[in-house]
Design a binder for this molecule. Structure first.
Ligand code: S3P
Length: 169
């Protein structure tokens, strides 16, 4: 079974994946890192320069297919992974538990203040909020479990996930 972490940019997926990987002694991957490897880039600005968001989604889809047969890994996803159902389906194949790290828009804005690495944050705050509002039901819909990422620390979230999945491994 794979453990798949979803959530908006800045919700803490990478930090939690890293901690959980140590806690459970299973490997983790980051879809963003795999995108960089596959496209010979170093950051999302370079990926977007190659073909914009559409290109990123295509590469995410290809990566998800490659990982479709792998089992027992933790997958930290890019915030837009929920935009293509088939990508998420592949990442949870043959079995996976999806955890949504649910952070409020305010928390996210605080955490990502001054961030230059995320092309989608180059829009106005109200446009980022629109993106957040549009995505929220998608995260909710795909989540097997929703974790409040405002009140729990990354360490606490990792511990919770470990407890929730310990029967499945
Ligand atoms: C994106 C989130 C980013 C990255 C890219 C697009 C998104 O990942 O994949 O900049 O569409 O929300 P993080 O969620 O790790 O920031």
């Amino acid at each position: 079974m794979n453990i798949v972490l979803i959530g908006f940019m800045g919700s803490g997926k990478s930090t939690v994946a890293n901690l959980l990987s140590k806690l459970m002694e299973i490997p983790y991957i980051e879809t963003d890192e795999l995108v960089f490897q596959k496209t010979n880039t170093h950051n999302m600005n370079e990926v977007f320069a190659l073909g914009g968001e559409e290109f990123l989604r295509q590469i995410e889809g290809v990566i998800a297919k490659e990982y479709a047969s792998k089992a027992n890994i933790i997958i930290s996803t890019g915030g837009g992974i929920v935009l293509n159902k088939s990508t998420l389906d592949d990442l949870t194949h043959p079995s996976g538990r999806v955890f949504f790290l649910n952070a409020s828009f305010e928390t996210i804005m605080e955490r990502l203040a001054g961030d230059k690495a995320r092309p989608l944050l180059k829009q106005s705050v109200s446009d980022v909020k629109k993106l957040y509002d549009f995505r929220l039901p998608l995260y909710m819909n795909y989540a097997d479990e929703i974790i409040n990422a405002d009140i729990f620390s990354a360490v606490e979230i990792a511990a919770k996930i470990k407890v929730r999945v310990s029967d499945g491994f």
